[in-house]
Design a protein around this ligand. Structure first.
Ligand code: S3P
Length: 167
């Protein structure tokens, strides 16, 4: 396979776990934009949001995507909001095989409601916020080349499905 693989999808869909396993299986390098940002700013994502604001985070996210997508043989996991910027979506679709991981709202809520490291959900009514973001983003995730539903699947099962798609 020549092209890079890019994982998109809502927070909590398992992009980092699946991406790490997938990269290992196909001998590609795994890159996670949140991790790159963390290394660059040397601050957890939540602190970046609170100290510098979401817009600054989005600028870094765009830069990380637009520089790393040109590397060879990578699996790139993007943050859940990365595709809100149409330039990010355009470039990953042009230079990568884009796979969206999808999960139902209830499963995401179960996975996320106790997390403290998702700044966008640290609001008075996180469930309502989750639903609002889900509805807004779902059509954009569906612009991926492939969609995989991850409900009740182990990361290894998701990786096996991706490998079948990539064949
Ligand atoms: C975000 C998702 C997070 C992280 C940041 C914003 C989002 O990444 O980039 O908290 O807007 O959905 P994960 O999707 O890896 O949780």
């Amino acid at each position: 396979m020549k092209k890079n693989v890019v994982l998109i999808g809502f927070m909590g869909t398992g992009k980092t776990t699946v991406g790490t396993l997938l990269a290992d299986r196909i001998g590609f390098t795994f890159i996670d934009t949140d991790e790159l940002i963390f290394q660059y700013v040397k601050m957890p994502i939540g602190d970046i949001f609170f100290k510098y604001g979401e817009q600054y985070f989005r600028e870094l996210e765009g830069n990380m995507i637009q520089t790393n997508i040109f590397k060879h043989r990578i699996v790139l996991a993007t943050g859940g909001g990365a595709i809100l910027n149409p330039n990010n979506l355009r470039i990953i679709k042009k230079y990568g095989i884009v796979i969206a991981l999808e999960a139902s709202i209830d499963i995401l809520w179960n996975r996320l409601h106790r997390c403290t490291d998702r700044p966008l959900l640290l609001v008075d009514n996180p469930r309502e916020k989750l639903e609002e973001m889900y509805i807004q983003r779902q059509p954009i995730y569906r612009e991926a080349h492939y969609l995989i539903n991850v409900d009740n699947k182990l990361p290894e099962e998701v990786v096996n499905e991706i490998l079948l798609l990539l064949k």
